[in-house]
Design a protein around this ligand. Structure first.
Ligand SMILES: *Cc1c(COP(=O)(O)O)cnc(C)c1O
Length: 430
């Protein structure tokens, strides 16, 4: 190795990737068709409320999609490229010969990787003449990201936030409202589907699904509104491929030939796919790089779910997709990792799992928080409860390496910051 040993590998502004990587062309099989059973069809609904360019980016024909210059400028402004940390202190604490690297998405201005796709999506909404954004949020990281970019592009913003997360994470609500965003708990009484759900389950804690239904109903009823998503759909995963591209360049700086294992937490799969799929060509070329997704035991879709057609929202506005699912009526326990509380996975993550490209493990909430605490005590930064699931899985992998005497290069994605989740850490650990 002639590379310089550093604690954090940083890329300059000019090294921000100029393109998004279209992984669809490298998948072992095409994505299965969706079942569009809604009346009127979901495709018609989405054509009304989604910016056209985002619909196109769900299945681009080109292998690399150019990032518009104004989007690149904003990506620099929000803190891309993010550093890659060599977790020497964590390695020492675990007494492992594994080399552990952490991609630090927690350093972005809103505290999570989600703000990258938010910039791109708001840009296209504005370009196409929309004047407001409507969306759902689970733990609130996506909502915060949209709230910020709505201001950057001079757009109004309305967010439905899962009720239990809103109650757990009040500061997320304060941040969004500080930016002029209107925040409503989901289920709410402001939509038809919200009222129906509250009648069926008074005190319903809300799920990503309930918030999706309410956001779509609202976007349909609001002229000029664009409905945007923080995960689950291809164009979002596409925008997040900056993560893996940056990691590739940073590992080269560190003198690594490449990762042996990539680990990320997984819900809709945007952080996992964006981080891992740029390494798909390496896998295809026969390099032994493994992909591991860490999910929550509160929604163990990839380890215990069924591969079946299911809808992502109770109103059925989104098309039925083939994905690992706990069934449409499953309401996950209100764990603190709100970003991992979804009854189904995305079709893309599910295909990777089905085709044997993705391993999965389910992590208990307590183990995740303990991993987050160990990372704080060793490396000095606090990751989000969702990211802590990935850290826990990386710790397990590093301990296995200690047991079998191997020295793998493990890269784990720190998808977000935990500074606004201290209440969750307190409730579980203190
Ligand atoms: C949203 C979120 C996740 C999970 O979403 P994916 O689409 O599966 O990536 C994980 N971590 C953080 C910090 C999040 O905000």
């Amino acid at each position: 190795m002639n590379a310089k040993q550093c604690l954090e590998y940083r890329l300059g502004e000019e090294e921000l990737p100029a393109q998004w990587y279209n992984f669809l062309l490298d998948l072992p099989k095409p994505l299965p068709p969706v079942e569009d059973v809604h009346v009127p069809p979901s495709a018609e609904i989405m054509a009304k409320i989604r910016p056209v360019e985002l619909l196109r980016q769900n299945a681009p024909s080109e292998p690399w999609v150019a990032i518009p210059d104004p989007v690149r400028e904003r990506l620099l402004q929000i803190g891309r490229p993010t550093p890659l940390r060599r977790a020497l202190a964590l390695e020492a604490a675990l007494q492992t010969r594994a080399r552990i690297y952490i991609k630090r998405e927690d350093t972005l201005v809103t505290g999570s990787f989600k703000v990258g796709t938010a910039v791109a999506q708001a840009y296209y909404a504005k370009e196409e003449g929309r004047d407001s954004l409507v969306s759902e949020t689970g733990a609130g990281q996506w909502g915060m990201s949209l709230a910020l970019v709505s201001q950057m592009f001079g757009l109004k913003c309305k967010i439905f936030m899962t009720r239990c997360s809103l109650e757990q994470k009040r500061y997320r609500d304060h941040y969004m409202r500080l930016l002029g965003t209107e925040v409503s708990p989901s289920p709410s009484r402001s939509t038809e589907i919200g009222r129906r759900l509250l009648e069926q389950h008074p005190g319903h804690p809300g799920t990503m699904g309930t918030a999706i239904s309410e956001a779509i109903e609202t976007a349909l009823a609001t002229p000029g509104a664009a409905y945007l998503s923080g995960s689950n759909v291809n164009h979002v995963h596409l925008h997040q491929t900056l993560l893996g591209q940056e990691v590739r360049a940073q590992l080269a700086l560190a003198g690594e030939h490449g990762p042996d294992q990539l680990i990320a937490c997984v819900s809709g799969g945007s952080n996992l796919c964006g981080f891992m799929l740029p390494f798909l060509p390496d896998k295809k070329a026969g390099r032994a790089v493994s992909f591991l997704g860490a999910e929550s035991t509160a929604a163990p879709r990839l380890t215990q779910g069924t591969y079946e057609y299911c809808s992502s929202d109770p109103a059925g506005y989104t098309p039925r997709v083939l994905a690992y699912s706990m069934g449409p009526d499953f309401i996950p326990l209100p764990v603190h990792a709100g970003g991992l509380r979804q009854h189904n996975s995305s079709p893309l993550v599910s295909l990777l799992r089905k085709e044997g490209l993705l391993d999965a493990t389910a992590i208990e909430e307590r183990e995740a928080f303990e991993a987050g605490r160990l990372l704080l005590r060793t490396e000095g930064f606090l990751v989000a409860p969702e990211s802590a699931h990935a850290v826990a899985a990386a710790i397990q992998a590093a301990l296995r390496a200690r047991a079998d005497g191997s020295d793998p290069c493990i890269v784990v994605l720190g998808s977000g910051s935990g500074m606004l989740d201290l209440e969750g850490y307190r409730q579980v650990l203190l």
